[in-house]
Design a protein around this ligand. Structure first.
Ligand SMILES: Cc1cc2nc3c(=O)[nH]c(=O)nc-3n(C[C@H](O)[C@H](O)[C@H](O)COP(=O)(O)OP(=O)(O)OC[C@H]3O[C@@H](n4cnc5c(N)ncnc54)[C@H](O)[C@@H]3O)c2cc1C
Length: 235
């Protein structure tokens, strides 16, 4: 699933720079080259791709709207509420909402809290440490970078955890010898995890044809292309 996204995002990086997708030098701390799963998928083994969701999602939305799609925002309690909308197939991409929708109620869905820190810095390389001390620095090449590495399964609190903030900042400074300003803005978000794997599956729910497409955890962007194609194939 993820392999296809590399080719797709690589082409966007080169053809649509306004999408924010950009290639960047990628430093994997203590991970031998042969263990990097996407080795061989990129034209340069020391490079990966970065995007800024605030720019990328607006760019994507505009492209979709230009092709005639209309967005409507509405909260629902079950997919069956949508059965009279006149569609052929309903795609359920509600992320962790699939745990709470009455007619999906997927108990395998996990809510995984993340806390990232946006800092001002000229640092220009991705830095990634895996394992127990999971830490990452993802520059945006606009004078800022995202620092992170927090995955709290089952936690959903939205206030800033000051202890975590201190840890993430000092780990980034020590590991990458990174210079940054003292101020940072903190973003807390929930990843829609699913230990048994991403669900891309057809289901006949009453008189509605449904294709489920959720559970990407911390990989919504790297799963995006294959997830979309899977929905088209199943629908
Ligand atoms: C800290 C952090 C770091 C991340 N880093 C990366 C990364 O480096 N690379 C990567 O690929 N991904 C990353 N992700 C993951 C990525 O953001 C998610 O995987 C992605 O957002 C999931 O997309 P989705 O569309 O499946 O679900 P969501 O983005 O959760 O969208 C689900 C939508 O459904 C709507 N919805 C849910 N329930 C209902 C309801 N009952 N009625 C109406 N609407 C409903 C929600 O409002 C929401 O708009 C990260 C996430 C976090 C939190």
């Amino acid at each position: 699933m993820q392999a296809e996204a590399f080719a797709y995002l690589w082409s966007i990086a080169h053809n649509n720079p306004e999408s924010s997708v950009i290639e960047m030098v990628d430093i994997q701390d203590e991970t031998p080259l042969e263990k990097i799963w996407y080795r061989g998928l990129m034209p340069d083994v020391n490079k990966s791709l970065v995007l800024n969701p605030h720019v990328f999602l607006l760019w994507l939305r505009k492209n979709i709207e230009d092709s005639g799609v209309k967005f409507v925002r509405r909260e629902i309690n079950s997919l069956s509420e949508l059965r009279d909308e006149g569609h052929d197939v309903l795609v359920n991409a509600t992320g962790f909402g699939s745990k709470f929708l009455h007619d999906v109620a997927d108990n395998d869905v996990q809510l995984i809290r993340g806390q990232t820190h946006l800092v001002k810095t000229d640092h220009n390389k991705i830095f990634m440490r895996h394992g127990q001390d999971y830490t990452y620095i993802i520059p945006r090449l606009d004078g800022t970078a995202i620092l992170g590495g927090i995955k709290q399964v089952g936690e959903t609190y939205t206030h800033v955890d000051e202890e975590i903030k201190k840890d993430v900042r000092s780990a980034s400074q020590i590991l990458a010898r990174m210079q940054m300003t003292t101020k940072s803005s903190v973003i807390t978000l929930i990843r829609p995890g699913r230990p048994s794997g991403v669900r891309v599956e057809f289901e006949q729910l009453g008189d509605q044809k449904v294709v489920h497409a959720y559970g990407t955890g911390g990989g919504g962007y790297v799963f995006q292309l294959r997830r979309g194609k899977g929905c088209c194939e199943l629908g």
